[in-house]
Design a protein. Structure first.
Length: 253
């Protein structure tokens, strides 16, 4: 057996008992244990860890821990450039693509509203979430902590907020996405990128008042839904402005 000193940073502490949060602590490990083995023992999902430093040097999950090592764990970095060190994940998450579990339907709607590639269906099984997240390189957003412990999950985050607006702020802050928003470019129902369409092409589908008041339209090529800048659009614009304002004020939850 060997002993090493561990220190976890930021939200990774949420996975630890209170007495081990935000402090360095010693942990006994079997000989030849790897960093991955240590994380399993400490019940911290590798999907939430992006950087490991051993005695100040970055290593990957296969590193074999030595007696007396001092090991630090950091979560996924989105607002800092750490490209010069050996991150756990081979690709950055700055162009974040998401898949959400059944409990996060309204969050999915809001992420699509802001332009983020977001998969959601209320009939996804856990096996579907895991497979799609892994094969498509999507960040798995979930309310189920245990799901993130599955070995196939390489990118995941446990959403803690209960209110959909709080959840949206939480995710935008967590992945530093405020400067990456592109509102109203995706279908809110199926996530497909919208394309401009002429008024004449959809005229027969429009309510009479819409025909009179609006000239700019977009069409979803997948589900065939038509969008225009009506009262619902104005409400969404106001919602987005308030969310951005909340971030500038540093609203917490």
């Amino acid at each position: 057996m060997l002993r090493a000193t561990f220190r976890f940073y930021a939200e990774l502490n949420d996975r630890l008992p209170l007495e081990r949060q935000r402090v360095a602590f010693e942990q006994q490990l079997p000989d030849q244990a790897t960093i991955r083995d240590a994380l399993v023992l400490l019940t911290v999902p590798t999907s939430e860890v992006d950087l490991v430093l051993v005695n100040g040097v970055s290593v990957d999950l296969s590193y074999v821990v030595k007696d007396g090592d001092k090991i630090s764990f950091y979560p996924v970095f989105e607002s800092f450039d750490i490209s010069s060190v050996e991150k756990i994940h081979s690709r950055p998450l700055r162009q974040s693509r998401f898949i959400l579990d059944v409990h996060l339907g309204k969050l999915a709607y809001h992420l699509r509203m802001l332009g983020f590639d977001t998969l959601y269906r209320n009939d996804y099984r856990d096996s579907d979430l895991l497979m799609i997240s892994s094969t498509e390189g999507r960040v798995l957003l979930t309310k189920d902590k245990k799901l993130l412990e599955e070995p196939t999950v390489t990118r995941g985050y446990h959403v803690k907020g209960k209110d959909p607006r709080e959840q949206l702020l939480e995710v935008l802050r967590r992945f530093d996405l405020f400067s990456s928003t592109h509102p109203f470019i995706r279908c809110l129902l199926c996530n497909t990128l919208l394309r401009p369409v002429s008024k004449e092409a959809v005229l027969h589908r429009l309510p009479e008042k819409v025909r009179e008041l609006f000239n700019e339209f977009r069409l979803c090529p997948t589900c065939d839904r038509v969008y225009w800048k009506g009262s619902h659009y104005e409400k969404m614009e106001k919602f987005i402005e308030e969310v951005m304002g909340d971030n500038q004020k540093g609203t917490s939850f």
